[in-house]
Design a protein around this ligand. Structure first.
Ligand SMILES: [Zn+2]
Length: 402
């Protein structure tokens, strides 16, 4: 048991001062301060002066490491648990990226189970960016979603990797449509979202246009897809505004920034403002890191890229804090983009809120919105800025022989 006292609670809506009682992995009571009494052997944390919020959900992370695309030396290492918890992320949705040659679904599921063993929550999407049909664990996309608990959808699937428009002319959109309907229907069978995460190369002004055409023809629900990093170019942002106004999710990429070598991108915090001002409902906007990948840098004048552009998972927290500090959104509004909206989009029933019956995924922030303490599934992972739980080999790798 754990009793968190005197928290300034954002659930994500502002709830004022509260005590939060945790039993096992769940929140069992939220009451006014002093409203809960601790039994013996209950861990008590006085959260006075700190905001307690739902743990962040990062919906797009290359947990095995991205492919790099600059030879085998640029294969990114696997993400470690404390890289997520130290930035307030307690739930991660992992997926393969463009390297489906040296990384596969077995590795992804192994990594997902490892995260769960460490104490955080982890889910996976079946598939990979480029290959159609997508690689799967069982040999069948529907079986993956139906029978593997951790697999909740499909992605990230590119409609046309690297911007060459050939796939967008027909087969790409057709394949997305086929995959979409399979994931949707088997998701209903298995009681999961069956959501499809889309990689949309924003070149040749195609962006989401083949998908609008596909939706117009098929009448499939737009909410089954999550287009990623919509702030990559102005053209993609324009399509994302239409997408959001038609009821679709729009996912802003926290690592897609001009100061992070994406010269044509809109700053993520500014992108959120632009989407809202253009009429996209706040509850349809998500932010993800697309972290632990390393696409080649977009260098001007270079025919062939020579450097990889690593995406930090910590960008999610950084952009979220910017939304508050730059007075773009109130804390409780900004929180929805990384907590409750994501849980709704991906049908994660026990995630994204602090309330009775929900998983005890909690982040405590200091007055400057720095991550102070993190609880994941009722277990303290970070306390007073010190990392309490690490992956099994993190310390050994970081500190070497002793
Ligand atoms: Zn990605």
């Amino acid at each position: 048991m754990m009793l968190i006292k005197n928290a300034t609670l954002y659930a994500p809506e502002y709830r004022g001062l509260a005590d939060i009682l945790v039993v096992g992995e769940q929140v069992v009571q939220v009451s006014a301060p002093g409203g809960s009494s601790a039994l013996p052997n209950t861990k008590e944390i006085d959260a006075r002066g700190r905001a307690v919020c739902p743990g962040f959900i990062d919906n797009h992370v290359h947990v095995l490491g991205g492919g790099g695309g600059l030879g085998f030396r640029s294969r990114v290492p696997e993400l470690q648990t404390s890289q997520l918890t130290r930035v307030g992320t307690t739930t991660v949705i992992g997926m393969l990226g463009y390297d489906q040659s040296t990384k596969d679904m077995r590795g992804l599921l192994g990594k997902t189970k490892g995260f769960i063993g460490d104490g955080i929550s982890a889910f996976a999407l079946t598939g990979a960016t480029l290959r159609h049909p997508v690689p799967t664990l069982t040999g069948d996309l529907c079986d993956d979603i139906a029978f593997i608990d951790s697999i909740i959808g499909v992605g990230e699937i590119s409609i046309s990797e690297l911007g060459y428009g050939y796939d967008s002319l027909g087969p790409g959109a057709q394949y997305i449509a086929e995959t979409l309907v399979q994931a949707l229907l088997v998701g209903r069978l298995a009681g999961k979202g069956g959501i499809l995460c889309l990689q949309v190369p924003p070149y040749f002004e195609q962006c989401l246009k083949p998908l609008f055409e596909m939706l117009d023809k098929s009448h499939m629900p737009i909410e089954q897809m999550v287009p990623s990093h919509v702030n990559q170019t102005d053209g993609y942002m324009a399509d994302a505004i239409t997408w959001g106004n038609r009821g679709g999710w729009v996912d802003v990429g926290a690592n897609y920034r001009p100061d992070n070598h994406y010269a044509r991108s809109t700053q993520p915090a500014e992108a959120v403002t632009q989407l809202i001002e253009a009429g996209v409902p706040l509850q349809k906007i998500l932010i993800s890191s697309d972290g632990n990948g390393a696409p080649p840098k977009e260098e001007k004048g270079e025919a062939v890229p020579t450097r990889a552009n690593y995406g930090h998972v910590g960008s999610l927290h950084m952009v979220w804090r910017q939304l508050i500090e730059q007075d773009r959104l109130k804390p409780e509004e900004a929180l929805t983009l990384v907590t409750s909206n994501v849980a709704t989009a991906y049908h994660l029933k026990n995630k994204g809120r602090v309330d009775v019956g929900m998983d005890a995924d909690l982040v405590f922030f200091d007055e400057n919105w720095n991550v102070d303490t993190v609880v994941a599934r009722g277990k303290v992972m970070v306390e007073d800025r010190n990392i309490v739980v690490r992956g099994m080999f993190e310390t050994t790798i970081l500190e070497g022989l002793k």
